[in-house]
Design a protein around this ligand. Sequence first.
Ligand code: GLA
Length: 740
Amino acid sequence: MPIEWLPEARQLHLHSGSLSDVIGVLESGALGQPHFGGRLATGRSYRHLGRAPFPGFDNRTGDPVPLVVPTPDRGDYRVPGLVVIGADGSPALDLRYVDHVVSAGKPDLPGLPSTYVESDGEADTVEIRLADEPTGLEVVVRASIFRDRPVVTRSLTLTNRGPALLRVETAMSVVLDLPDDDWHLVTMTGAWAREREPVDRPLAPGRRSTASVRGASGPDTNPVLILRRPMTDETTGEALGLALVWSGDFLGEVEVEPFRTARVRLGVNPETFTWHLEPGASFTTPEAVVVRSEAGLDDLSQTFHGLFRERLARGAWRDRPRPILLNNWEATYFDFDADRLVEIAAVARDLGIELFVLDDGWFGQRDSDDSSLGDWTVDRRKLPDGIGSLAARIRGLGLAFGLWIEPEMASPRSRLFEAHPEWVLGVPGRHRTESRNQLVLDLANPAVVDHLTDALTPVLREAAVDYVKWDMNRNLTEVWSPTLPPERQGEVRYRYLLGVYELYRRLTAAFPDTLFESCASGGGRFDPGLLAYAPQAWASDDTDAIERLRIQHGASLVYPISSIGAHVSAVPNHQVGRITPLETRAAVAVFGAFGYELDPTRLDDADRAAIREQIAWFRARREVLQLGRFHRLRSPFEGDGNETAWLAVAPGRGRAVAAWFRVRSRPMPGPSRLRLRDLDPDGRYRVTPWPPSGDAMAAADAGVRGGDELMVAGLLVDPDPREAGLRGDFVARLFDLERI
Ligand code: GLA
C-alpha cells in the first residue's frame, strides 16, 4: 500500500516512484508536512525534518514549520492556505488532528471534475480530519497517491459542525512548504492567439504568482505551476508540477520568506471568492494534482500527459485516435447555406477528411457576432430543411457531422434575452459590460442549466452529432446572480463553474459517443478542468504554423498531444498574414488533434493532391502521433527561437515520428545533429524523410539506422549548407521511423 501510517511517530507517508509525501501530526496536534519531494524509505520517522517550533508560537512560525493547512493570525506570517472567519470575526483557527482513514481507490469530488481510477488498486487515498473547536469547523484533507505514477492529488472539504455561519475567504487546494528556494518557477503567459508561452524565472524573496480573475482560466495564464532546479533541463534534474483541475479564477503562488523556504499554493483565487458555510453545510475545493520527476521536464510532461489522457479525460473518445476534421469557420465565417456547406464537405471527403464541423452561424438569425446566442434553433434562411437534413446530407457523403455551440452566452439581440433578462449575469442598477456583443448567462442558476439542457439536447439529437465544439467567447464581468443574497455574491463564480460542469456532465452523458472539443476564443479555457469532459480543446484561434510552434510547444509542458486541437488553414494566414508552405502547416498540425480549417473548393489541383497525401500519411501514423509519447527536442523559446523539433514515439517504441522546423532561412546554417530519445537502443529503424525530397538532408538521413545511433549521434540537419538557398523560410521536415 503506498500510504503508510506509523502510529508511534503519528506520521503518514505517501510514496510512489520517485515521490514521497510525508505528513505528520505535530506535538500541538497541527498537521505538519515534514517532507514533500524525493523518495524516502518507509518504516522510518521523519518528524525531525519539520523544524522545531519556535517557543510561544504553537508550532507556527516566526520559525518556518511546514504545515499542510496553514492558517493566518497565529504566528505564521506566510501566505495562508485557509482563511475562515468565525462568528467572532477572527481567522485565528486552531486546526488539530482528529483522525484519518486510509482506503483503496480514489473518490470523486461532488460536482467537480477530477482525476480518477478504474480499479481501486490504482491509487490509495487518505482522508485526514482536522477540527477547530471554537468554531466547529471540520477540515478533511484528502490526499490520493497513484501507485504507478509519481502523482499525488489534494483537495479539502470544509464542513461547518458549529452553530454559527462561517465565512470561507481562502481555501487553497494544496499548500506545499519546500525547505529551500533553489528553484525556477515556470508559469504560462500569453494572450488571445498566442496562448501558453512559458515564463521561467528563479525564485527570489517575496511572492510570485500567476492568477486569473476572468471567470475562466484564461489565454494569458494557466492553472499550472512548474518548479525546476536551476540545472534541470528537458532530460535531467528535479522538477515538480502542480495543476488545478479547475476552469475558473485561480491563484498559483510561491512565497519565499526570510528563512529562504518556499511556500507553494494553488487553488481558487481568493480575490474573487467567498463562501458562506451554513451550519451543517460542506464545501469542497477543486482537486490539485502534484507531479514529481528526477529526470527533467520531459519526464514531468510524460507523467502529466499520461495522467491527463488516461485518468482525467473520460468517455468513449479517451483512447481513440481522433477523426481528421474540416471546420468551415475560416472557410466561410457566417456566410454559408446548406448547398455551400455540402459543396465544401464533398471536396473535403474527396481529400480524405472524416468529420465535417459546422461552426458558428447556423442558428437564430446570426449573420455576424451581434445576435442570436441563446436561440438554439436552426436558421431556416441558411438551412431551410433543418439541421437534421444537413447532417444527413453530410453523412450521405460518408462524413461524420459536428456542430458548434456556445451554451453559456446570450446575445442582447436574442429571443432568450428578451424572455429572460434575469438569466444573464449583471448587477441590478449598474451598467452591464458587453464583449463580442454578448452577455454571460447565469449558470449559477440551476434553472438556466435546466433550460440549456432542454434547448440543446433536441438540436444535438436531431443532428445526431458525432462531435460538438463548445465555445465560450467572452469572460465574466459584473458577476452577480439574483439567485443569491448580496452577502453571498462571492460564491457566484464558483457556482457558475459548477453549472458549466453540470451541463457538460448532462450533455456528455446524453451523447456518450460524441466527441467534445472545448474552446474559448481559441485557447482561453484550455485547462485540466474541462479536459475531464472534453478530451480535446481548440488550442488557439491562431492557425499560423510558425505561431503554432510556440503555442503547441508551450501547451505540451502539461497537456497531451491528443488534447491539442490543431488545424491547417489557408494563406495568407488570417491572424498574422504570414505565408507558409502547405507542408509546413501540415507538419505542425499533425502533432495535435489534426484537421483543416479552409475552403477546399478554392484550392488548386496541386494543393488538393498535397492534402490528399498529407491525410494518407497522417492516417498511417495517427496513433503514434496522438497516443504516443511526445518529446520536445528543440524549443522555440530558447536561443533565437529559430528552430523547433519534436518527436512522438509509439508505445512499444516500434514506430516514431520526428519533426524539425526552421523559421527563417540563414546562409551557411548547418550541419547540426538532431538527437532523438526514447527509441529502442538495440532496434534498427528505417528512417524515411517526408515529404520526399532529393536534397542532401533527405539523402543523409534516409536509410536504416540503429536506435542507439539515432539517440547518441542523431539525424543530420542541413548536412550541406550550400542548400540553404533552396529552402527559404518556414521549413519543416518530418522523419518517419519504423523498427525493422
Ligand atoms: C471563437 C472560436 C473560433 C470560432 C469562432 C466562432 O473565436 O475560437 O474557432 O468558433 O469563435 O464565432
